[in-house]
Design a protein. Structure first.
Length: 294
């Protein structure tokens, strides 16, 4: 039986800012906290890392800093997507150059390509860079959906090794597991259905909540992957309100508010993301208390 490259919980790391610039010291401290908390890998400059408002130089620096800080203790899956195929190739090449273990490449947004265009986008990246690639399917943000048929085609390419599925459709995990074969890595992109995704054959989650509660998230996925369902369900119940609270305003504002409450970084995000609303803050604080995060 071929095991997938990645299993467990992988925080979609926030990018801390201070005074308008990336706060590198805070980022390093966040990475160290995640590793100490037992997470199974790290994902810098994804959606939660505000990749859309980082400059290219900042993007590259955050990936490099994550790899340097991790020092091989856990794998780094670098966010490296773009709606420009050439630009995505450049970002994946950089991820390889600085020592990332894989790249997370979002479906091309805004352009609204056909399924053939989506396939050609990923095939061009596959052909250009020898680095494991995870597809990132999040139709709520990109407008396009990587169909199960296209995923199955892409799974045949040597460097396309798995998917971050943020569709919320749990049945897709079962279908893709059957169509993509052994070794295909399936990570949920939604914390609230992560446990169910594993029950359908998934291998873990790229998690927003792990930013705030790394130990609790790591324990839940350790239990789930070991078939300790009672412990995993306890973890799910403990974290479910936090999963929801972190999306009561535009992400990652609620997550950065939670981290600021823990003294880990400033709340600062970049426009058009504004600070979490008072209603969102109240829900986050209540959820943190329920989850035992302090």
């Amino acid at each position: 039986m071929v095991e997938p490259l990645f299993r467990g919980v992988f925080p979609a790391l926030v990018t801390p800012f201070r005074g308008g610039a990336v706060d590198e010291d805070a980022f390093v401290a966040l990475v160290e906290r995640q590793i100490a908390g037992g997470v199974h890998g790290l994902v810098p400059v994804g959606t939660t890392g505000e990749s859309t408002t980082l400059s290219h130089d900042e993007h590259r620096r955050v990936v490099e800093l994550c790899v340097q800080t991790a020092r091989g203790r856990v794998p780094v899956i670098a966010g490296a997507g773009s709606n420009s195929t050439a630009e995505a190739i450049e970002l994946v090449q950089h991820a390889k150059q600085v020592g990332a273990d894989a790249a997370l490449v979002v479906a091309p947004y805004y352009n609204k390509p056909s399924q053939e265009g989506i396939y050609a986008h990923y095939k061009a990246i596959n052909d250009a860079v020898q680095l494991p690639i995870l597809l990132y399917n999040v139709p709520s943000r990109t407008i396009v959906d990587i169909s199960n048929a296209t995923v199955a085609r892409l799974a045949k390419l040597p460097n396309i090794v798995g998917i971050k599925d943020a569709t919320g459709d749990l049945a897709r995990a079962s279908i893709q597991r059957l169509e993509c074969g052994e070794g295909w890595c399936m990570l949920s992109g939604n914390d609230d259905v992560g446990l169910g995704y594993i029950a359908h054959g998934g291998h873990g989650c790229i998690s927003v909540t792990a930013n705030v509660a790394p130990e609790a998230c790591a324990q839940m996925y350790n239990d789930a992957l070991a078939g300790q369902w009672k412990g995993a369900l306890y973890g799910q119940d403990r974290l479910i309100r936090l999963h929801k609270a972190l999306f009561t305003d535009a992400s990652p504002a609620p997550t950065k508010f939670a981290l600021a409450q823990l003294g880990l970084c400033a709340e600062d995000s970049r426009l058009p993301i504004t600070p979490a609303s008072e209603a969102s803050r109240a829900e986050v604080l209540a959820a943190m208390k329920e989850a035992g995060v302090h």
